[in-house]
Each structure stands twice: as C-alpha cells, then as structure tokens.
Ligand binder design. Sequence first.
Ligand code: GLU
Length: 466
Amino acid sequence: MIKTRFAPSPTGVLHVGGARTALFCWLYSKKMKGKFVLRIEDTDLERSTPESVQAILDAMQWLDLDYDEGPYYQTQRFARYQQAIRQLVEQGDAYHCECSRERLDSLREQQMAAKEKPRYDGRCRDMGLKPGAGKSMVVRFRNPEQGVVSFKDHVKGEVNVDNRELDDLIIERSDGSPTYNLSVVVDDMEMDITHVLRGDDHVNNTSRQVNILRALNAPVPEYAHVPMILGDDGKRLSKRHGAVGVMEYFEAGYLPAALLNYLVRLGWSHGDQEIFTRDEMIELFTLDGLNKSASSFNTDKLNWINQQHMMSAPLGDIVSLVKQRLDRLGISHSGALDFASVVDLYRQRVSTINELVDSILYFFQDFAEYDAKAAAKAFKPTALQPLQRLSARFAALDNWSAADIHAVIEAITVELDVGMGKVGQPLRVAVTGGSFSPPIDQTVELLGRERCLTRLERAIAHVSAE
Ligand code: GLU
C-alpha cells in the first residue's frame, strides 16, 4: 500500500506552496487508495508556535484535505530519534564529535579561501570519542566515503550523487536534540512512507537521507521533488508578491475547491484541461503529470477558476456561504427576499463570494450614497418624469412580477417617447445606487415593492433638488 505524508514545520501560517504539496500528497494517496499522514515537524523549538500548528490544521480542514494518520508531532518522538542515533553509533555509522564552533568556523574560512566547498574534514571520525560529563559533543553520521547514492525522483528522473560530495552531517546537537535530516528519516521509516512528495528546495537533503535510511536498513521511498512556485517576476513566491496564508483566501471569499483546482494546475497538468472537481483530480492525478519547470502564481487565473466553481457549485452551497459572510458582517438578511434567485442572478458576474456579497448589499440595506458617476449620468432633470411615473405605477401594480414590472417600464418609454435607457437606467441607479445590476425587471422584483418605492422617492427628491 502506498503512503504519503505532508510534513510542515509550524513556523508560520500555511502558504500556497505548502498547501500545494499537501494537495499532491493527499491526491496521490487517494488515487492509489493508500494512506496520507500529517506530521508536524516542530523540532525547531524557537521558531515553532502553537498558533502556527493551529493555522496549519485550520487550513487543512478548510481545504478538506483529510488525513488518515496524525497529526504526529516530532517533539513527542524524541525518545525514538535518540534510540535511532544510539543504534547508528553502536553500528559504527555515527560518531561523537568534539570540534568546537571556532575550529569549524576557521576550517570553513580556510576552505573558502582555497575556493573549496566548505565541508567537515572528519577530524573526529575515527577517534572513538565517548560522551561524558562536561563534554560538549554532537553526533555525526558517517557518510559513506565512496560510491554513488541514487534515488528515483518522479520529477527529476534518477538522481545520482557522488558520496565524495557529502560530508558527515550532524544528526544530534550538543543539547541532545535530533536534527531535521535524522528525524525525517526515522519518521519516514517508521511511518512506512512509500512516496515523499515535497518542494525541490529539499532535493539536496535527499541523498543524505537515503544514506541514513540505508544505514538503518530501511527501505528507500520514491521521491517527487516539485518545482517551486514563482511570483509574476520569476522570483520565488514570497510575501512581496502578495503571497499569503491559505486562510486569507477564505477571508477573501474564494472557494476551497477552486483554490485546490488552481493549485493543482500550478505544478501538474492533464492535457489542457483547466477545471477539475476534487473527484476528477483524484481520478486523473499521476506523478507523471507533475511539471518539470516552475510555474508562476497568477491571481487573474485564480479568480477565473474561482468564478467557474462559483457557477458550477450547487446553488445552496453558494447561498450558505453568502449568508455566512453577511452574518460575519453583521448584516441582517432575514425576510421575504428570494435569496437563491438573487445569488443565482449575481454569481455569474463576480469572481468571489466577497464580490458577490458586495454587489448584493443593496438588497439588505440602504446604500449610503449614489455612485457619483452613475448618478451624474442617470439623474438628469429629464429623469424626473420617468421616475415619478414608475413610482405611481409600481404603487398600483397588481402583480409584483418581473414580467409586469417590465411591462410598466416599457409602457412609460412609449408614453414619453424615449428609449429604454432613459427609464431603465434612472430606475437602476435609484434602486441599486449604481449603474450595474442584472436585468432591472428581475432586480426590482427581487428587491420588493416597499424598498423599491422608498428608493424611488429618494431618487425623485435627489433629482428635484439638483
Ligand atoms: N518540514 C519540512 C518543511 O516544512 C519538510 C520536510 C519534508 O517534507 O521532508 O520544509
């Protein structure tokens, strides 16, 4: 059975790059009917925080990336790491090293001056040092001196690294804590991870991890190191590009399924298909489809994909998200309004839930003022007569329906011998405050007679005062 893991370090919120890695791991496990593990790599005690752990869990939940095991916390597994370190020392695959920081610094300087690659020179390798009271020592892995370490990478092909390129890595710090490469290896081994999918910023660690796995007699997983996400200037995506935590996309009104769809395309493709549901992604996902080159984050495309999902999602889902947002804004939305129709009218015209809510606010509360441009254009003195007639007819209309409202508007254009725009547009600005809305007869119907008449009075007063 295949098993993947997402192993974030909780040193901040979950960004899009991390979310994409999580998605690929999740997708592959689902596709292969395997298991997906969440592992929190919190060994960096200074930089890890409980808030960051919570932010990661929240984001995983919002994106609905469910895991079969975990979350495991590395800080709860120190005893296990120490056991593995002892095993390596006993086997002769690791050794204690007493080199001081000063010695290592000056070694590094000499090597740099001689234009050599900085590396540990192996001074303590064969000294058989034993830890003891008062001695500050680290433990180093005895990397093989010869041969080539190779691993299978589904993005980069087979990767071969000459062992002479690798030095003896510290696996236990002088305070007894394990280093990243050691704890990852022990966990991948004990959690039976078969496929490691992660960002290619880790590719240089992999050859070292493979050597440690071999020394521990553990099977070597298959790897897929996915290229980084870039900003639109070709540099690695960062806050500078407006790259934000995943939950900010929730705040901004994106749908989780759309964000996942966007992220999957940012590093994977299936022909030229752009829109995928979660089930389609699972069905179609392959490691072969992972892109070899980096892709750039593009907010316009994210908006477009979000819009596609807004249109295809069950209307009830969009309605409840809109209601949630109105609640969060403290805007009352109870009453006779045909909510589903309003949302359906608008969802085709906006990219996000927030835009949708902004554009339907006039259904729930009176707007503070007219959009200045719209009012300047529509509220000329000639608008007075159409507005007055609309008001009178609407008050007397028997059947408050879009069709009858339409008939009223049309009759007034005929009576006054003017075009549709001369009646419809003042009406639109009067009832919505702006110059944009879905078909005016439907808008007026949904808004309801009472609100409509009050707003017509307000517009008549406005035009009269000009
Ligand atoms: N904890 C590492 C990180 O957040 C990932 C380790 C891994 O995937 O092997 O970058």
